[in-house]
Design a binder for this molecule. Structure first.
Ligand code: OOG
Ligand code: MG
Length: 252
């Protein structure tokens, strides 16, 4: 698929590309998810592994920041996963931003319409997480179909230590610091009222593309606050109330 190829090249060359919807205004969401899938197939043919999915626009702060009002999802692959406390070169990105998230680890399959309890019972661990988003579109501007085709801007993620899911994650403080200064302060309640709801929505939305969430997968619940630009030299730390911390350094 030609469009998947254009987005793949933009990613590999760290070079922004014009918004898809300008040239192909007829592309709808269904086709956008097919383009996303084609792009991921390219990555898997280069030996990347599928690790799970990420949810997007699960908080008002994110919807307002990007001017969209619908939930989306994207795929997480092995090259996107970064080492906790490690350094990532910003050369591989175009205009990276970072955002505070919560990750779930599944130990059971989830497919389609599931209850909150079923979703909770399918998770064996949770962790604080940081996601790097890097739209392949110029000026980080996109329509909903654009961003979906572009794997929902997903570009990198780092997970803190996995811990038991048997704790209240409905109102965790989420304080994201850069070089010791808080740049985004929020609560996990900003994620659909409770991050567990994001997992229910993930199962439902993935099923619309005939995909079930698999045991072993990671699901990112979506950012609790707006994203923050990431610059070389930045030390990023996400502090939570009782889920621990996660760190990342942005190198040359
Ligand atoms: C799209 C990705 C949104 C989130 O956590 O809400 C997202 C974007 O903002 O570029 O990852
Ligand atoms: Mg995100």
């Amino acid at each position: 698929m030609q469009i998947a190829e254009i987005l793949d090249r933009a990613m590999l060359n760290s070079q922004a590309t014009p918004q898809l919807s300008l040239d192909y205004p007829e592309i709808g969401l269904k086709q956008a998810y097919q383009i996303q899938a084609a792009g991921i197939e390219k990555r898997m043919s280069r030996n990347e592994k599928l690790l799970g999915i990420k949810m997007g626009f699960t908080s008002r702060a994110k919807m307002l920041q990007m001017g969209v009002d619908d939930l989306i999802w994207g795929r997480l692959t092995s090259t996107m996963q970064l080492v906790e406390g490690g350094s990532v070169s910003l050369k591989r990105f175009i205009h990276p931003r970072i955002e505070p998230e919560i990750a779930f680890r599944l130990n059971k399959t989830l497919k389609g319409k599931v209850s909150l309890l079923e979703a909770m019972n399918a998770v064996d661990a949770i962790a604080p997480a940081l996601e790097i988003i890097d739209s392949r579109y110029a000026n980080f501007k996109f329509s909903l179909a654009d961003v979906v085709a572009d794997n929902s801007s997903s570009s990198g993620f780092v997970l803190g230590q996995w811990r038991s899911p048997k704790q209240d994650i409905g109102n965790q403080a989420m304080v994201m610091e850069i070089n010791g200064k808080p740049v985004q302060i929020g609560s996990s309640s900003a994620i659909l009222g409770n991050p567990w709801r994001s997992l229910v929505e993930a199962a439902r939305l993935a099923a619309e593309s005939d995909i079930c969430l698999e045991a072993g997968w990671i699901v990112l619940a979506g950012a609790a606050t707006a994203a923050h630009p990431l610059s070389t030299g930045d030390h990023v730390c996400l502090h939570t109330s009782s889920m621990g911390q996660v760190h990342l350094h942005a190198g040359e």
